[in-house]
Design a protein around this ligand. Structure first.
Ligand code: NAX
Length: 329
């Protein structure tokens, strides 16, 4: 192994998503077949035993690229010199719990983890928040970014994008790999907007190939927005493997230039683009350059209905920000 290893911190590493996430990273899926990695895994003390089992399984895979595995319940140890931090661990939404309760209950976790990240991680650490409500948890963690690069605090909406691409491909009867520029705007919640108006299948607009506008404006958007619930209803557990793959997609696509003509959905700190209040963690169409910097795609044409949906999701995020304002002082 000639290259210096990349350090990847994962929180909630013994959970469902963590378990699906670690093995592909160790196998080279994110950073390629030449790049060694060190996994730095954070869990609650109560789950350290289970995490030890995960570490044993990682060992037993004999991954040539896996230079080391650190398991800990100390956030600063897990985030030490991390180049990538996947913040997955958080409390799940319990029966009858409102979204507002979840925000209040998980917020403090992200204050503590934000502080630990800022104290210990690499200055340019790339942060991907998966734990829900991921946009606002990311906002809270980012508020602690004094030394680390505050631009690099992002939340995951890639699962929503992947879900949207699949629905469109199925409806058109074409390959999912040909669906492009089909991004999700806004909050990872039921106000998210999968924007079919700018999507392509091959070199044809989605709206040229799928002319059933009632389906696009109704069932399609509803299916993407409700897909998480549909999976819980069917499986009895929330999405795990698909969420893990989406986190891997998000990370991989942030460490390589975006292929020409493609866009990726990333919830990033708003710079005011498209009228989204500055600082909200909002999913936009993005591209990544050769230096690993993301950019919000500018000049995307939006019809009145799209603008209204984007504004509604921004408004929801403003409400979430207000609900945690004591954690942002
Ligand atoms: P699990 O309950 O299986 O695992 C979570 C793990 O996090 C547990 O092992 C727990 O011990 C650990 N944990 C809890 N608090 C922690 C803390 N303060 N520090 C370190 N570890 C901690 O949940 P899982 O199915 O893996 O889901 C994890 C999170 O992803 C949830 O918040 C879930 O809502 C969220 N999701 C986000 C998605 C997205 O698209 N952004 C989709 C999938 C998923 O619903």
């Amino acid at each position: 192994m000639s290259k210096a290893p990349i350090r990847v911190a994962v929180t909630g590493a013994a959970g469902q998503i963590g378990y699906s996430l670690l093995f592909p990273i160790a196998a080279g899926h994110v950073f390629g077949p030449e790049q060694p990695v060190i996994l730095q895994l954070l869990e609650l003390p109560v789950a350290l035993g289970a995490l030890d089992g995960v570490r044993m399984e990682l060992d037993d895979c004999a991954f040539p690229l896996l230079a080391d595995v650190i398991t800990t319940s100390e956030a600063e140890t897990a985030f030490g010199d991390a180049d990538l931090a996947l913040l997955v661990g958080s409390k799940p939404r319990g029966p009858g719990m409102l979204r507002a309760d979840l925000i209040r209950s998980n917020g403090p976790i992200f204050t503590g983890q934000g502080k630990a990240l800022d104290a210990a991680a690499s200055e340019n650490v790339k942060v991907v928040v998966v734990g829900n409500p991921c946009n606002t948890n990311c906002l809270i963690a980012r508020h602690q970014a004094k030394r680390t690069n505050a631009r690099n605090y992002t939340a995951m909406t890639r699962l929503d994008q992947n879900r949207a691409r699949n629905q469109i491909a199925k409806k058109a009867g074409l390959a999912v790999g040909d669906v492009n520029r089909l991004v999700v705007w806004g909050n990872h919640s039921q106000t998210m907007y999968p924007d079919f108006t700018n999507g392509f299948i091959g070199d044809r607009k989605v709206t040229d190939l799928i002319t059933d506008t009632e389906w696009l404006n109704g069932e399609f958007i509803d299916t993407v927005q409700q897909r998480g619930k549909a999976i819980i209803d069917a499986r009895g557990k929330s999405s795990a493997a698909s969420a893990a793959w989406a986190a891997l997609d998000h990370a991989r696509d942030w460490f390589r230039p975006t292929p020409a003509g493609e866009w990726v959905s990333m919830a990033v700190p708003s710079d005011g683009s498209y009228g989204v209040p500055e600082g909200l963690i909002f999913s936009f169409p993005c591209t990544v350059d050769a230096d690993g910097e993301y950019h919000i795609v500018q000049g995307v044409e939006l019809d009145a209905a799209s603008k209204a949906r984007i504004a509604a999701s921004a408004e929801e995020l403003v409400g979430e920000r207000d609900a945690v304002k004591d954690l942002l002082v």
